[in-house]
Design a protein. Structure first.
Length: 211
């Protein structure tokens, strides 16, 4: 048992030494890569990510498979993108880029999703006020795809309200096929038993008139 334990410890030590070797191979005083790496790390930890990237990229040009430097580049780029989002610079597109690039592994993924959520809700509300069902539904689908159903109930309610409004208007105008279509759409966004019941009754009423 003791021999197996010693063997495992030896493997772990050797693994750590191999990782350290790839780093130390270029981290030698007097080596140009060493100087750029030291400078890059100093800049990175001082929050000067753009300058850090310049130095990391000099190193990676010479050692393209250096995993440590590749990871540092990824972290610096993530910090810069997040700073752009928080500054409000093209926040929606930058948030989408962040989610696409880092997904749920991103350091700031929760914050970024909150920013995107607010942007999409604000956009959806403008479409609701303009009574633009198509764009509102498109935004709702985008929201669900990117962020799930959390906080999307408002959009769903807006969609039900607009579709139901158009359905009732069509009934009054005796546009039975159009009314049926809007009632069917409102049914997709119904949240309560009363809403489901109203939509189903509307579909039945319009269908009778179409026959």
């Amino acid at each position: 048992m003791m021999e197996k334990f010693r063997f495992l410890i030896l493997i772990l030590i050797q693994g750590n030494l191999l990782c350290a070797y790839s780093y130390a191979a270029m981290a030698q005083p007097g080596n140009i890569n060493y100087n750029h790496l030291i400078e890059a790390n100093s800049l990175f930890y001082n929050g000067e990510y753009e300058k850090a990237l310049i130095n990391y990229r000099v190193v990676i040009e010479q050692q393209p498979s250096n995993n440590y430097v590749l990871e540092q580049i990824r972290k610096a780029e993530e910090e810069l993108l997040y700073a752009e989002i928080m500054a409000g610079n093209n926040a929606e597109q930058n948030s989408l880029d962040y989610i696409s690039e880092y997904g749920d592994e991103g350091k700031y993924i929760v914050n970024v999703k909150n920013v995107l959520s607010q942007k999409l809700l604000s956009q959806a509300y403008r479409y609701y006020q303009a009574k633009d069902i198509e764009l509102l539904e498109s935004t709702y689908i985008e929201y669900l795809t990117l962020l799930g159903s959390v906080k999307s109930n408002e959009m769903k309610q807006w969609l039900y309200s607009l579709c139901n409004e158009e359905a009732v208007k069509s009934l009054k105008g005796k546009k039975w096929t159009e009314a049926k279509t809007f009632f069917e759409r409102s049914l997709k966004f119904a949240s309560t038993n009363a809403e489901f019941s109203d939509a189903q009754k509307g579909i039945a009423r319009a269908s009778k008139k179409i026959r």
